[in-house]
Design a protein around this ligand. Structure first.
Ligand code: FAD
Ligand code: FES
Ligand code: FES
Length: 464
């Protein structure tokens, strides 16, 4: 894991610690990329982790007087989905965030983390690149502004210097004469990294296109523009034949190669995706494709930072199921192992330990989260609920009763995670539709019961 863990309180502290680093140092925001890497021993020499997830100054979405939209470094994908400003001014970004992982993952995963990981399949990059987004890179040396398109220097490589961090990403709010759409091809609807993705953004004067952006992911080492398709679209009135030719040119621009997926398949599907994006952006009802209140398994909108100066680098003081706990010598483990091995709460299960299965799900400050992807010190001054804490006075929770009634359990390994997701879903939306139930449970895998009984159990709960 790591040797030293810092809970960062201010931007200045972050810049100073980055400037002074001696051993291998990593910033952690949501941890949904980094913890997977750490759990699979990709960072054997990791010395220091800088946890920025409670720096209040980085947790903001705002619009300035020049109509620029700014997204701070710890804004999560779920925050984006619930932002009125971004729904109005950056709908292709909402579409991208809506496809990232699952609601539980999106409670922690940040947009900036997605940009810095720099995988060519990461979903927010094509939309933000199409909107000409820029990054503010900060260090003790000062700040510099870098266009997102110039940020990537190769596969998973960026021009971020060792002592720098990304403070925010910003871009111009889309105007009424601009229309954009993001499309993704994944192996399933949730929890699927893009096989391919793209964004198309057009600016119109009446019916005529005056500017065009076509960006494509997973077609090379970095997300790229399709210059010929973009040039072709300018001056056109969009119809079926224009759409077909623009998509054909985008595929030529992509210069795909056979890798995990064959060139033929990539080319065929990228053409389809670009055509779908162009058709979608002409649809009057496009914005209804994302619910006004997407299920996020989060019942706490307000959020406060960590109390100043109360982290000594080791002692974790936390509240679990209403009881206060103090742990020492546990700051180099995951929250999952803190709960199981130190608190003796074995309800949260180690399934995959890479964010895929939901068996380790707990609530942290009102949000459903994956405890395998959370460093234990993140629980310091937080309020944690595990499956052991959802019933009262020895009486099972109505969700647990419903699972028994519907025989929604076989081996039971996945059950704590499913119950936690269902409880949070019903707290958030007491009368969910079947679609909302499926969205709420999309981060949980079961290898034996099958999903129908679980969904029926949740549908059957009248009150909690
Ligand atoms: C099960 C699962 C499903 C996923 N599904 C998707 C998906 O569908 N689409 C998708 O695009 N991604 C997906 N991801 C990847 C991941 O969730 C996203 O990339 C996420 O947005 C990363 O954000 P984070 O805050 O968790 O990053 P972290 O893990 O905290 O950080 C990621 C990297 O960025 C660095 N970093 C973070 N913030 C800063 C900063 N401010 N300045 C400098 N460096 C910084 C960290 O040091 C680290 O190297 C998935 C991951 C998992 C585990
Ligand atoms: S998601 Fe945490 S153990 Fe599988
Ligand atoms: S009941 Fe066995 S994995 Fe779900």
């Amino acid at each position: 894991m790591w040797k030293h863990y810092h809970i960062i309180e201010t931007i200045e502290e972050l810049a100073e610690l980055l400037a002074k680093q001696s051993g291998a140092t990593k910033i952690i925001a949501g941890g949904t990329d980094l913890m997977v890497e750490i759990n699979s021993d990709q960072w054997p020499e990791l010395d220091t982790v800088l946890d920025i997830s409670r720096v209040i100054a980085l947790d903001k979405i705002w619009q300035d007087k020049d109509d620029m939209l700014h997204i701070g470094a710890i804004v999560t994908h779920n925050d984006v989905l619930h932002s009125r400003l971004l729904r109005d001014g950056a709908f292709p970004l909402l579409q991208a965030c809506y496809t990232v992982g699952t609601p539980t993952l999106r409670n922690r995963a940040t947009v900036v983390g997605n940009l810095v990981t720099a995988s060519p399949g990461n979903d927010t990059i094509p939309s933000l690149m199409a909107m000409d987004a820029k990054l503010v890179l900060s260090s003790v040396r000062g700040e510099r502004i870098v266009p997102l398109a110039d940020f990537y220097t190769g596969y998973r490589k960026t021009l971020l210097e060792k002592d720098e961090f990304v403070k925010e990403v910003f871009f111009k709010s889309l105007s009424p004469c601009q229309k954009g759409a993001f499309k993704k091809l994944g192996l399933r609807k949730a929890q699927a990294i893009s096989v391919l993705n793209c964004c198309v953004l057009l600016t119109f004067d009446g019916d005529k296109v005056t500017d065009a952006k076509v960006t494509m992911g997973s077609v090379g080492p970095v997300v790229m523009h399709a210059p010929n398709a973009e040039q072709y679209l300018i001056g056109k009135v969009v119809d079926d034949s224009i759409i077909e030719e623009a998509a054909r040119l985008a595929v030529v621009d992509a210069k795909t190669r056979t890798g995990r997926v064959s060139k033929e398949f990539r080319d065929y599907m990228m053409k389809e995706l670009v055509m779908e994006a162009l058709h979608d952006l002409m649809r009057a009802d496009l914005r209804q494709s994302i619910p006004q209140k997407p299920i996020s398994l989060n019942t706490r909108d307000d959020w406060s930072g960590v109390k100043q100066g109360e982290w000594d680098g080791d002692t974790i003081k936390t509240t679990i199921n209403g009881e206060e706990y103090v742990f020492t010598g546990a700051s180099d483990m995951s929250l999952l192992h803190l709960l199981r091995d130190r608190a003796g709460l074995t309800g949260p299960k180690p399934g995959c330990e890479e964010g895929e299965c939901g068996a380790c799900m707990v609530f942290m400050d009102g949000r459903a989260v994956l405890s395998c992807l959370i460093p234990a010190p993140r629980a310091h001054q937080a309020n944690i609920t595990t499956i052991e804490g959802i019933g009262q006075d020895g009486v099972l929770h109505p969700v647990q009763e419903a699972f028994i009634q519907h025989a929604a359990v076989q081996c039971g390994y996945c059950t704590p995670g499913f119950v936690m997701a269902a409880v949070k879903l019903l707290q958030e939306e007491p009368h969910p539709t079947r679609e909302q139930i499926m969205a709420g449970l999309s981060g949980n895998l079961c290898r034996c019961t099958g999903y129908n009984k679980i969904i029926e159990a949740v549908e059957d709960i009248k009150h909690i």
